[in-house]
Ligand binder design. Structure first.
Ligand code: FAD
Length: 319
C-alpha cells in the first residue's frame, strides 16, 4: 500500500507526492522485539531520506511523532500510540565507506549489517554492533553498547531531521552523552520520547583501520557469547533494567529469587535474569506488571531502585 493523505496531513498542493508507505492502526507488535503491544494510529515508512523530509514538511506541527527502528528497546502499552510512528528500519538503508576507517550509515541500518560492513572494509572496533539487534538510529538514541564499547565513542557527526523536515548536521559536542542516554544540550531529550524536535537520520563513524579477518573473528566470538548467555529463542528486549553503579541488575534480580517468575505470558528469563521473555501471547500489561514486580522486589530486598532501560510508551488499555 503506497498512499499519501493530503487532507489528513494538510499537505499543500506544491508538496511532492509522498512515496513511502502509510499504515493506519498498525499493530506495534509487528515492530517491537517483544511482539507485544497496541496499535499506532499511523505508521509511516518513508521511501528514503528525501521522502521522510517531504512527509515531515506536510505534517501539522503538533502531530505526536515517534521514531522507531527495530523496536528492540520498546514496550508499547496495549492502548497504543496516538500520532505517527516514523519507521526507520527498512527505509533509511544507505551504508557507505567514506575513507579508510570511516563509514556513513543511515538510521535504518541494522547493527549487524554495520558490523559486517565495517569488517569487510577493515574497520576494527565495530564488532559490538553485531550483538545489538537495533538500528543505527536506535543505537544513537540509546548510546547502545556492550562489552566495554559504546556507539557514541565512534561518532564523528550525526545527521538529524527536524520535525519541520529540515536536515542538519551535529557534532558529538552538541550532546550530553551518558550510559544509555543521549540528550541534545540545547533543546530536547531523547529520554522524553514525547514529541522530540529532531530525529537521527544518519551518522559518520570512525574506526581504527586494521585486519578485516580479526574483525570477522570478533563478530563470531561475540555472537557465540550472546547465544550462550541470552534467551534469544524467545521474544525479548534485551536488558530490561540499567545496571546500577558498580553492580549488575541481573545479579540483583537473581539474588532475589526472581528468575522464572511470571505475569501472564511474560516471564523473567531462566537464562538471564535481566531479560523478560514473551513465552506465549504476553500483553504489554503482562510485561509492564512484571517489570514493576521485579523493581519492587529488588528495592524491598536489596534497597536498590532499578531503572528500566527499555522505553515504556503509549496508553494503557481502558478496562
Ligand atoms: C536480544 C537483545 C540484546 C540486546 N543487547 C543490547 C546490548 O548489548 N546493548 C545495548 O545497549 N542494547 C541492547 N539491546 C537493546 C536494543 O537493541 C538497543 O537499545 C538498540 O539501540 C535499540 O535500537 P532500535 O533501533 O531497536 O530502537 P527502538 O527500540 O526502535 O527505539 C528505542 C528508542 O530510540 C528512539 N529512536 C529510535 N530510532 C530513532 C531515531 N532515528 N532518532 C531518534 N530516536 C530514535 C525511539 O524513539 C526509542 O525511544 C538488546 C536488545 C535485544 C532484543
Amino acid at each position: 500500500m503506497i498512499m499519501s493523505e493530503p487532507t489528513q496531513f494538510g499537505q499543500p498542493q506544491s508538496t511532492p507526492a509522498l512515496r513511502g508507505e502509510l499504515r493506519l492502526d498498525e499493530p506495534m507488535s509487528r515492530h517491537t522485539s517483544w511482539h507485544a503491544g497496541g496499535v499506532a494510529q499511523r505508521l509511516y515508512q518513508p521511501a528514503d531520506l528525501a521522502d521522510l523530509c517531504d512527509f515531515l514538511r506536510a505534517l501539522p506541527i503538533d502531530e505526536p511523532l515517534l521514531a522507531v527502528g527495530l523496536g528492540s528497546n520498546l514496550l508499547v502499552r496495549d492502548g497504543g500510540l496516538r500520532g505517527t510512528v516514523l519507521l526507520m528500519h527498512g527505509a533509511l538503508r544507505e551504508l557507505s565507506l567514506q575513507a579508510e576507517g570511516s563509514l556513513y550509515a543511515q538510521a535504518g541500518v541494522p547493527g549487524a549489517k554495520l558490523a559486517r560492513f565495517a569488517a569487510l572494509h577493515g574497520c576494527l572496533g565495530a564488532a559490538f554492533f553485531a550483538g545489538i539487534p537495533g538500528t543505527v538510529g536506535g543505537m544513537l538514541a540509546m548510546n547502545a553498547g556492550c562489552y566495554g564499547s559504546e556507539t557514541w565513542r565512534h561518532v564523528v557527526k550525526v545527521q538529524v531531521v527536524t520535525r519541520g523536515g529540515q536536515l542538519l548536521e551535529r557534532t558529538p559536542a552538541e550532546y550530553e552523552i551518558g550510559y544509555r542516554s543521549v540528550a541534545l544540550r540545547s533543546k530536547w531529550s531523547v529520554e522524553s520520547c514525547l514529541c522530540p524536535e529532531e530525529f537521527f537520520v544518519g551518522a559518520c563513524f570512525s574506526f581504527e583501520a586494521g585486519d578485516g579477518d580479526i574483525a570477522r573473528q570478533e563478530i563470531k566470538d561475540l555472537l557465540a557469547k550472546r547465544i550462550s548467555s541470552q534467551p534469544l529463542n524467545l521474544p525479548n528486549a534485551g536488558s530490561v533494567f540499567r545496571n546500577p553503579p558498580n553492580d549488575y541488575a541481573a545479579r540483583l534480580i537473581e539474588q532475589c529469587g526472581l528468575k522464572g517468575v511470571r505475569s501472564g505470558g511474560a516471564q523473567v528469563s531462566e537464562k538471564h535474569a535481566n531479560f523478560i521473555v514473551n513465552t506465549h501471547g504476553a500483553t504489554a500489561a503482562d510485561i509492564e506488571n512484571l517489570i514493576m514486580e521485579v523493581r519492587a522486589t529488588v528495592a524491598a530486598q536489596t534497597g536498590v531502585d532499578l531503572h528500566p532501560e527499555v522505553k515504556i510508551i503509549g496508553e494503557a488499555r481502558e478496562v
